[in-house]
Design a protein. Sequence first.
Length: 235
Amino acid sequence: MTTIFHGISPIVIYESSLQQTDQIKDLFHKKFSKYGFEIKLGDRPDGMTSSNGEYLGKAYVHRDKDFKIFFDQLKFHITEYLTKLGFAADKLSYHVLKSWYVVITELNSMNFHHHDSADLSFVYYVDVPEDCANIRFLNQNFNNKNAIFNGIFISGDLTKHFINDFNNPHTAHSIPFQPKEGHLLIFPSALEHGIEQTDNSVNRYSIAGDIKFTLKKEIIDYETGLVHPSLWTEL
């Protein structure tokens, strides 16, 4: 199992390969009639094309017990992510808010966006061609200490700029990642991300979702952190 930490000055994106990938792929396609969908150009009221099951109300893959083979591994990798960042994972409970199928063809892409309601988000590449379109993460940290003077990150006139290496993760406007089948990405939900347009006629399939953290049930004396849902009361 190979794990890589990718830095986007100073955001960390976690990447790792999963096990039992063939079983997950078979399960994904077996359940496609329930969680999947066909791509229809401009099928949304805003003229855009649906690329994910979340928009279609098919965002609860995690409630399907057959997908335990995937979500058990996701839990392990979330703990790895937290632990390697120095966080006390043992004090937190993980909650999957939503999870859905993503289908990308030559007919659609995905604009930059983020997930307001979650803490961490993930994408797992179930079945993808080798030359499929990149996922791209937007560098939102242009006010960090790497700015040795004001405006150094602003390109303005493209013939007059201060950046020689636009692929440097500490200065680039956005960072592309080539999707790899069987690989999982975990990243902060507030991080803007999108998918490039592709001319590949082979469909790209993935599972994406959102994670929310709360304190564990027994932790009731912390002033910070979201208390466990078992202690909530709906009014």
